[in-house]
Design a protein around this ligand. Sequence first.
Ligand code: 9GP
Length: 839
Amino acid sequence: GSGSNGVGVGMVPAVSRSAVSRGVVVRRPGFVEGLGEHRAKAERMFSLMDGFLKNDPISLQKDILHHVEYTVARSRFSFDDFEAYQEVVIGRVSWLRDRDVWHIVDQCAEALNQLGFEFEVVAEQEGDAALGNGGLARFSACQMDSLATLDYPAWGYGLRYEYGLFRQIIVDGFQHEQPDYWLNFGNPWEIARIHVTYEVKFYGTVEEVEMNGDKQKIWIPGETVEAVAYDNPIPGYGTRNTINLRLWAAKPSSKFDLEAYNTGDYINSVVNRQRAETISNVLYPDDRSHQGKELRLKQQYFFVSASLQDIMRRFKEEHTNFDELPEKVALHLNDTHPSLSIAEVMRMLVDEEHLSWKKAWDIVCKIFSITTHTMVAEGLEKIPVDLLGSLLPRHLEILYEINHHFMEELKERIGLDYSRLSQMSIVEEGAVKSIRMANLSIVCSHTVNGVSKLHLETLKTKTFKDFYGLWPEKFQCKTNGVTQRRWIVVSNPSLRDLISKWLGTEAWIRDADILSGLRDHVDNADFHLEWKMVKKVNKMRLAEYIEAMSGVKVSLDAMFDVQVKRIHEYKRQLLNIFGIIHRYNCLKNMDKDSRRKVVPRVCIIGGKAAPGYEMAKKIIKLCHAVAEKINNDTDIGDLLKLVFIPDYNVSVAELVIPGADLSQHLSTAGNEASGTGNMKFLMNGCLLLATEDGSTVEIVEEIGADNLFLFGAKVDEVAELRENGVSNLAPLQNASPLKVPLQFSRVLRMVRDGYFGHKDYFKSLCDSVEAANDYYLLGTDFMSYLEAQAAADKTFVNQEKWTRMSILSVAGSWRFSSDRTIQDYAESTWKINPCRCPL
Ligand code: 9GP
């Protein structure tokens, strides 16, 4: 929606809704296009543009009509909302460097209005670019926004998938996956750079040749494809700094396949060319599956090779001495997916630039840093040596050599401790010999980051214990954050206006610390009144959406209780559903008088299950089966409703999060590396009901345990509980001493016995939480969960207390801005300074 005060919410590029960048490249000062020695030129260009650009409604209208006729070739008398959206974007995207772009929303709205369009409707035409799986992808988008806003010179790189994450549709309560061809009607935000292309090579052999009296390895590749750049500008807020997210698309190599032609195998040569394009076709939605391993590896190398060629080209345009590379370039790896970069930079420096191994390795160790985003050790990537050797034979040799040097160094440091040596080795011997990409990344990175304090602790004491012992100084904590510009300014304009009014400034949009000033008004009755009004408006929006999506009418007086995130056993959506069944049982057994005292609830669940993840799909079906029962029970009416929101994505999140009263973050302690959904809800004044996991621990530090509803086993109790079913540590607060509480068994039995139908289908789901198998401790945490829920009900009745808690949540969210995270990365990992574009 447009703002009344000129905040350019309409101009945030579509691509930043989702996210894509796996690797972020930070360019150290003095190496920025348009800056440094080009400063004067840049200033001249900007001042020319200032004179040229006209952003008044009439000029904007002319521009829109011009693009309608000459860009999409439609009649200026007949074009629809989507075309109007495209034209507004196309007309302005190339001007993103202009500071005024942030202040033209009102003019755009007026221009469109005079042409007979509604700005809000036109803005809604922008779809999600769902180019990532979940948390990490969306977090990267927040990082890009912060990098741009804080004036850091950075590039994001990723793949331009034609099919991003699937579209979820629900048929009879079952999830079905449909391809989401997000590029169907073009993406007006992107700029195709058809002249920025690189050859990416695969397969082939390695040969040894004599060069200047030395033996030199050269790679003779067997297949070549071309990478074409598509740029997605990311404008900073309140600054001219616009950074770039460069996405690569695969195209057949322009080199004619002479051999195939000569042998008359024309058809095969065409098929081969088509095969090239499959590299950037599909994002694999299943994080755990091993399906399409070779294609996945190809995707990784394709992305890595194109990005590094791009970076090296720019470096070499201005520098000849590779000793300067670490001063000019910092390469950051998000998870291990881009970690082939390490071998690739070594190959470029040694084989192509003819640096000695030692010199190249010294340079490489100064430019890489990594953040891991997962708690699960099994989630760490391993690439089978056979596969790697066939696709990238030279890289495998390089990896072996890196490992050889590392093992030698390690033997000197720890002696011949073979068990530790084999644990830490980059090469895993075993049934399937593999390369451990996490070990490779740690060995080469100067900094290894965790995404919350708890996560870092796990990395230090468990996942990478041995490496921590060796290099304690490498390990750092960079607690995640989210951008207030999307998660308040764009998605909750009413809250934005209210915050600005009471803080007397909009400066918090750039400087989130200022949000803590809301604490000064926490007891002001007028503020409370306006705060509640904002929530009501957002609840109305959400209620309308729910009715349109599911046909379920919900009461605005009910507590809107939301759990939206990927469906996964560790995130325990099942605990939520079991809690709802328990609530339903209680309601059924109450007399009329007692029912009158009950706080009505609307339970909202949403999220996608990976296509191959059976258990997660069963959880979605169970949710629908329970919803059908409850929502059609006239006995229950408005007291309890359950709705599943299909196709949860960023656009849906922008609607759901502002409208939530309570949000649930139920991961079994020790499983969520950080979590960022909790931060988005916090920023929107929604109270959290959560376990002490990931970044929630730090939220508690900031806002105090009294301002949210905590429950469940703590991280240091989990192992013991798994072993014995009960804790031998301090007894869990408020928890039942029973191994499996009666209430839990009753709910489980109902599902088992077919109370919600589909008895056979739900059997394995029930088995997975039966006492002996209950790995994620649903039974153990159930009573504590119910108590937290009861505390939430009780507090909701006391609206003054609830509103206070809500205000304090937003006030405390300053610490979870991605600006803070990026500042921290800039100062302690990348060692870069802001580089402000001249105004
Ligand atoms: O599961 C983590 C989530 O806890 C974290 O908040 C997010 C951003 O750091 O990354 C998620 N991990 C992934 O998406 C893949 O490792």
